[in-house]
Design a protein around this ligand. Structure first.
Ligand code: TA6
Length: 316
């Protein structure tokens, strides 16, 4: 189990006073705060497809995203588990599809829970937490066969005036260890990719997937976008990666017990090759900053647990 060395303070739900609104129609759970902030989570993949603050959308969602549970949702926050990217050969995940089964399985809505503690406990309408669960019972027979482990995932999405927190709790409910990777494949909306800088990656070693997965050291404190970017910044402790637009802060991604950050923009060629990526020039309006644990594998012993997450802050 990985130590939680840099644990940011949690966004904790409040317990008293006027309540946020929650609606579940069996397909999607929507929550909103009296302040007007809102989040929408599809049960398919437990995928956050919208997060607004001050009425403004922070997530990018393809206009051709399939929301009918037929394929992974193109946009929002797909949850990657138990493998990132194509599963390696000769591995316990080898028979699983790219990015695993969590994003293509229907999760259970476990309801809204509240916590006793937290800095925001005094407020009345500060935050709300939605919990989702996935176990082998929710998997297709094919997926169960491909990854025959006894596990449970609890995914918590907390909406607060201060941001959006997503936390994943992985439990090994069985009697043998398993290996996994996990990641929040977050698609952020940006007004114009040519004005975007990503900071917080200075001096970090990264794997460049478009340069034959060769390793490099990042130089300078900003990453700009002038073509396809597909990089895994690995094993670093600095926990905040920021998106700036026109040099002004737009979004922060604060990792909690996640060692790595993937940055992806498919650019023109990539967008054209992805059937459900629409509009085709949508690459100009999105950037993926993905907190994860994907460099190597986490081994979870029988009956052990692992928890990690991210806090997203928006300056809109
Ligand atoms: O996280 C970046 C990445 O792994 C890229 O390599 C890119 O292919 C992307 O994810 C999208 O993958 P998907 O399976 O959703 O088409």
């Amino acid at each position: 189990m990985v130590d939680r060395a840099h644990k940011p303070s949690a966004l904790s739900p409040s317990t008293t006073g006027p309540q946020p609104r929650v609606n579940s129609d069996g397909k999607k759970v929507t929550a909103s705060l009296p302040s007007g902030d809102s989040v929408e989570v599809m049960l398919y993949g437990a995928t956050v497809i919208s997060w607004k603050n001050n009425g403004k959308e922070n997530m990018w969602l393809s206009s051709n995203a399939n929301l009918e549970g037929k394929k992974a949702i193109r946009g929002g926050v797909p949850v990657v588990f138990p493998n990132f990217g194509p599963a390696p050969k000769n591995h316990t995940t080898s028979s699983l599809p790219q990015h695993g089964f969590a994003r293509i399985s229907s999760w259970e809505y476990l309801g809204t829970t509240s916590s006793e503690s937290g800095d925001q406990g005094k407020g009345s309408d500060d935050s709300i937490r939605l919990d989702f669960g996935l176990t082998p019972n929710n998997l297709s027979d094919d997926m169960k066969k491909a990854w025959p482990y006894d596990f449970s995932l609890q995914y918590s999405v907390t909406l607060s005036k201060d941001g959006l927190q997503t936390m994943l709790n992985v439990r090994n409910e069985g009697d043998k260890p398993f290996d996994f990777q996990t990641l929040f494949h977050t698609y952020f909306a940006v007004p114009d990719i040519s004005k975007v800088k990503v900071t917080g990656l200075s001096g970090i070693r990264y794997i460049d997937k478009i340069l034959n997965a060769t390793e490099h050291d990042s130089k300078g404190n900003e990453l700009r976008f002038e073509g396809t970017v597909d990089r895994v910044y690995k094993s670093f402790t600095q926990d905040t990666t920021s998106i700036l637009v026109d040099d002004k802060p737009r979004l922060d991604v604060i990792r909690d017990n996640m060692q790595d950050t993937v940055i992806w923009n498919p650019w023109k060629e990539g967008a054209e090759a992805i059937a459900d990526f629409e509009p085709k020039d949508g690459y100009k309006n999105m950037v993926c900053v993905e907190a994860g644990a994907v460099n190597g594998w986490i081994t979870l012993e029988a009956q052990d647990g692992f928890e990690a997450g991210q806090i997203l802050k928006s300056y809109l």
